[in-house]
Design a protein around this ligand. Structure first.
Ligand SMILES: Cc1ncc(COP(=O)(O)O)c(C=O)c1O
Length: 426
């Protein structure tokens, strides 16, 4: 007897894409949204770790062995580098938070799980996600038995009008929308950035209907223009935003490090408590605590960089921008400028940051098409339909350009244009 809800989630999208990449190693892949390994400084791990040890010896007036022992031991569920992380949030992201309102998590994936499990009542609440969205939260929520509903995304992000209609619809059914999960910056999968006006509209709705916005800022620091809108959390005067921050792309994914800023006070059966305390309690039953060793490394990185990672990230941003520009140039050269009539029916957006670009095509792209495309044209793409809750995205493709070289982008787009051509020759 397995969890029957396993059948409710779409197929194992990540597993499918990973397998296809392993099966066709010669193919160029635009499927993987992994950060570029060129910037992983895993070899500097001991330097950062030792820097943090020295900092802790000094701060806690303890000898080195005692500090090392404490890092080997079980630790605080909320985390051990919260004071350093709030300095970083203040400096780089203009977010003011008290260390006690921060929870260090095992990536954003755990942050999403903690948020849903702390805030939502399965019987009476609905989790709302953007459509399309990152499936980490959608699939977890479905598997755990929460009701998940999607609100469409247009070129500016989630539609506030449709969101309001959904909230009112669920109110009639005596269900409440407690959480709305949003990726406002360089969204995965569509690459869209939400403009300021839309952010304001969303915050106003959260005030009006009393829901929390779960803001997932996995890509916000990778802005190509340097003038992206403020995060929802930085604009959050009424504490409607719970901020989820992954460090997988900032540093590297194997640290498995993320953070939640939950600075809300909650009325829990007559007493007022910190939401972050409730979340830490829930975390205690999921992962006990986040690896102190990973936190120590990140703490050392923050100390070394004086609590700003802007310089450290600049080369990553430059690299991503060059790749985005190459991708646009190649799409233009091999598709837009092509003599073929079909080319005019294909379009794409221009991401202003992040890892992803979306292409619209006048034919259906599904799993079988991906296999045909890789077998014949040696290029791997992701159907957008993988990221929709129900139907949707059948005519859309996601290209991830974070972990391919410029040469691969050129060859990959040439191959993609041959695949497109074949669709019109049929
Ligand atoms: C929008 C978004 N949120 C969260 C994650 C997962 O982040 P983490 O590695 O911190 O769990 C990803 C990973 O690709 C993502 O794209």
């Amino acid at each position: 007897m397995l969890n029957p809800l396993l059948r409710e989630i779409q197929e194992d999208v990540m597993g499918f894409l990973n397998e296809i990449q392993l099966k066709y190693p010669e193919a160029i892949t635009f499927a993987s949204g992994r950060p570029s390994e060129l910037f992983f400084d895993v070899q500097d791990f001991p330097e950062y770790f030792n820097l943090f040890i020295d900092y802790l010896c000094d701060k806690e007036k303890k000898d080195k062995q005692a500090v090392l022992n404490s890092l080997g031991q079980y630790n605080r569920a909320k985390g051990i580098i919260n004071d350093l992380v709030v300095d970083y949030f203040k400096k780089d992201e203009d977010i003011s938070a008290d260390p006690e309102s921060v929870i260090m998590t095992v990536g954003t994936q755990e942050a999403m799980v903690i948020s849903v499990m702390t805030l939502c009542d399965k019987a009476n609440d609905v989790v709302i996600v953007e459509d399309p969205s990152y499936i980490g939260i959608t699939h977890f929520s479905i598997l755990a038995g929460y009701q998940v509903e999607a609100v469409p995304v247009d070129e500016f992000g989630i539609s506030p009008d449709i969101l309001e209609q959904k909230i009112l619809y669920f109110q009639k059914l005596e269900k409440s929308v407690k959480i709305v999960y949003i990726i406002p910056d360089f969204q995965n999968p569509s690459g869209i950035t939400m403009p300021v006006e839309r952010r304001e509209a969303l915050l106003a709705l959260a005030d009006k209907y009393g829901f929390f916005i779960l803001e997932d800022n996995a890509y916000g620091e990778f802005s190509y223009q340097g003038n992206k809108p403020a995060t929802l959390k930085a604009m959050d005067t009424n504490k409607r935003v719970i901020y989820l921050r992954s460090f997988s792309k900032t540093i590297y994914p194997s640290l498995r490090l993320g953070a939640i800023v939950a600075d809300q006070l909650i009325n829990d059966r007559g007493s007022v408590v910190r939401l972050s305390d409730l979340m830490a309690k829930v975390k205690g039953y999921i992962t006990v605590n986040t690896s102190s060793i990973s936190q120590a490394v990140f703490g050392g990185i923050l100390i070394k960089n004086n609590f700003s990672l802007k310089n450290l990230n600049q080369s990553k941003i430059d690299d991503l921008k060059e790749k985005r520009n190459q991708l646009l140039a190649s799409l233009n050269e091999y598709i837009q400028q092509s003599e073929n009539k079909w080319a005019k029916s294909i379009s794409w957006n221009i991401p202003e940051g992040g890892f992803f670009l979306k292409i619209n095509v006048p034919f259906k792209v599904d799993k079988d098409e991906i296999i045909r495309c890789v077998e014949k044209y040696k290029v791997i793409i992701t159907p957008m339909s993988f990221f929709y809750l129900g139907k949707g995205g059948e005519n859309e493709i996601r290209l991830a350009f974070s972990n391919v070289s410029k040469e691969e982008i050129i060859t990959g787009v040439k191959r993609l244009s041959l695949y497109f051509q074949s669709k019109f020759d049929q």
